[in-house]
Design a protein around this ligand. Structure first.
Ligand SMILES: [Zn+2]
Length: 678
């Protein structure tokens, strides 16, 4: 495995850039260039460490703020959007007449989150009944009754329950059950035996004890130990994140009655009656977890379960409680797990709370002010450009049979896309939002959203739905909808700048569009057909060819070690890495086609092709705390930013050519190591 490293200043500077200059050099303003040349650190050679070449200048001058775990293009755009949203929300607070009920609800939700006095006064009042009830249990039957009622009451339970499109019947909704119940971010946190993991578990114990002290219960340290022991046993039954990504392992459709065979401790029929739901079948993502949980319900003492549920009920809403709970929560989940020193200011935390249950109306407010029709038209053109390049590349693919290619093309042609914001806005008008009742608002919203989802069972899937607010800086591919979605929030610089150089836009938002398209054909997405159904449309040989190539991606990324002792999980990140490699390849070639008509010229010493790669590096410019990186490699299917740049570049022969790299340059990998997929 070739390690990514950089050479010293003396070996390379702008030599590589100037050698690529053509006679058509033209100076333009940096703004039009789409990236800031001062961010470049030419002590790093592009072929040695492109990430640092493009961004080290910026990283040096922009330390991570005390209230952040990572800092760079993504978090800064989130910050800018938050500032815009704050302005809009403050405007709503000042206006007497508002444009629609949703604005009034947003104003009142925001006011309730900002009203620190009301939050302090409310204290635990919304949860007190539940905590008292749990504390009074003397039999397992009472605990079973709690579990039966927990979904309707929006109270903590150690399994997830949600409605989504049936993975094998994308027109119908299904009721899913999944593993849950842990206070640490992943099962591995309970078992890893390195020093850092042990220290995290010690801090977790302190945190649990701190919560029990706030609740004024006796023997807080012993109770903390009990909870950790129970959660550790629960974690043993958890499927790994690697396996949970595999749809063939998590699609376990069964008659409703079989839930009783897996987990008879819970009165499922009673639960369904309680929420007025009737289903013939359910999909259980991790059946072994459900049977394991049943064992624990029976074996573990009622006193331990009482302690566990008390903790879980608090933990679920800790951020909505008085400041002592909020601070304790931050001390562990912010400081210890992510290396953040300071809490964000209240207004930002208030926006995050709106995001958690009321994201769509907030996106509506944002999109009405900050998204233009012109942007949508430009992005639509890029989407179609990239689709047409993908089409050509599938047709010209050398490792796939014609039969499988036909199916792949059918799927590609069926891709739908959504840009900016939804056509229809969800109606939240029946939810009561009070300006001085933060947790009450949250509970009423959660109940509304839960009931809305449950009510869809038996009805056709609403394909107009968005799963992200329009202000969010992100994008997604939905395999069941077979669609890619780009909210207005991400369609801004440095991802998309309608006034900037096309090359940079293709490298940035074009790369993102290509990334989402490629998700439809990554190790997960390829298992869904043109109709969004889990169904094998691949010949056996083509599947083997695909697996042989993806193994190279797994091997390559598994060698990266962003923090000592913590390696990138090549299997967990496989889908995202395939999407990065494919996405940038598609964007690059879409741009080459684009300039056949517009022409391309060298700007400030950068050729058109080089600027595409600068666009991609721009988007991933960032650095993060060690704590964040550790958590990222254990839980996040995305590779850390530096590899999203350097490893992707290494995989692309187009990069080698554009920057004049030599075969033995650190970023350049051999033909045998290279995974040519899309
Ligand atoms: Zn992705």
């Amino acid at each position: 495995m070739k390690q990514l490293k950089h050479l010293s200043l003396s070996l390379i500077s702008f030599g590589i850039l100037s050698s690529c200059q053509s006679s058509e050099v033209e100076d333009v303003l940096d703004g039009s260039l789409g990236f800031d040349i001062s961010h470049i650190d030419s002590s790093y050679a592009p072929c040695d460490d492109f990430f640092m070449f493009a961004s080290a200048g910026w990283i040096k001058d922009n330390p991570i703020p005390a209230s952040e775990a990572r800092w760079g293009s993504f978090p800064i755009l989130i910050e800018e959007n938050n500032e815009k949203i704050r302005g809009l929300l403050d405007g709503l607070l000042e206006e007497n007449t508002l444009d629609g009920l949703y604005q009034q609800q947003l104003r009142d939700f925001y006011a309730s989150a900002m009203d620190s006095n009301a939050v302090e006064q409310a204290g635990l009042s919304h949860l007190q009944d539940a905590i008292d009830a749990i504390g009074s249990w003397s039999t397992k039957q009472e605990m079973a009754n709690y579990l039966m009622e927990a979904p309707k009451a929006q109270l903590a339970k150690p399994f997830g329950m949600y409605v989504g499109a049936d993975s094998k019947d994308s027109e119908a909704y299904a009721l899913y059950f999944s593993q849950s119940g842990l206070g640490l971010p992943d099962r591995d946190y309970y078992f890893k035996d390195d020093e850092t993991s042990e220290a995290i578990r010690e801090s977790y114990k302190d945190h649990l004890a701190a919560i029990f002290i706030l609740l004024e219960v006796e023997n807080p340290d012993d109770l903390a130990d009990e909870v950790i022991d129970l959660e550790t046993r629960m974690a043993e039954f958890h499927m790994t994140r690697r396996d949970s990504r595999k749809p063939e392992l998590t699609y376990n459709k069964m008659p409703f009655s079989e839930l009783n065979d897996l987990l008879p401790f819970v009165n499922w029929k009673g639960m369904m009656d309680n929420i007025s739901v009737s289903v013939d079948s359910v999909i259980v993502r991790q059946p072994d977890f459900m049977t394991g949980l049943n064992t624990l319900f029976n074996e573990v003492s009622i006193d331990t379960w009482k302690t566990y549920f008390t903790w879980q009920v608090i933990n679920q809403y800790a951020d909505y409680l008085s400041s002592d709970f909020v601070e304790a929560n931050f001390d562990f989940y912010g400081k210890v797990l992510q290396g953040v020193d300071e809490m964000k200011p209240r207004w930002k935390r208030s926006i995050e709370k709106i995001n958690a249950g009321f994201s769509e109306p907030l996106g509506r407010l944002f999109a009405e002010h900050y998204f233009s029709h012109e942007s949508r038209v430009k992005v639509e053109k890029m989407v179609e450009d990239i689709r047409s390049v993908y089409r050509e590349r599938i047709e010209g693919n050398e490792w796939m049979s014609d039969e499988t290619k036909d199916k792949a093309l059918e799927k590609l042609n069926a891709f739908r896309y959504k840009i900016g914001y939804p056509d229809n806005w969800k109606d939240f008008s029946s939810v009561r939002i009070e300006p001085d009742d933060l947790l009450g608002n949250r509970l009423r919203l959660s109940t509304f959203v839960f009931e809305d989802k449950m009510n869809r069972l038996g009805k056709p899937v609403d394909k107009t739905e968005w799963f992200m607010g329009a202000h969010i800086v992100n994008a997604y591919y939905s395999p069941s909808f077979n669609e890619i979605v780009f909210p207005a929030g991400i369609l801004q610089p440095p991802f998309f700048n309608p006034d900037a150089d096309d090359a940079v836009n293709y490298g940035a938002i074009g790369g993102v569009i290509g990334h989402e398209f490629t998700h439809g054909f990554d190790d997960q997405g390829r298992k869904y057909n043109a109709f969004g159904n889990l169904s094998n449309w691949w010949s056996e040989e083509d599947s083997l060819n695909f697996a042989e190539r993806t193994q190279k991606v797994i091997d390559f990324y598994s060698g990266f070690e962003p923090v000592e002792g913590y390696y990138v999980d090549g299997e967990l990140t496989l889908g995202e890495n395939i999407a990065d490699i494919g996405g940038l390849t598609l964007a690059y070639h879409a741009y080459q086609k684009h300039i056949q008509s517009t022409g391309g010229r060298t700007i400030k010493g950068f050729t058109p092709s080089q600027r595409v790669f600068m666009g991609w590096a721009n988007v991933w410019r960032s650095h993060a705390t060690e704590e964040y990186l550790r958590k990222q490699v254990l839980t996040d299917p995305h590779s850390p930013a530096q590899y999203r740049v350097n490893a992707t570049m290494g995989m692309l022969p187009e990069f080698k050519e554009a920057w004049g790299c030599e075969p033995d340059d650190p970023l350049i990998i051999s033909e045998e190591e290279r995974a040519q997929i899309w």
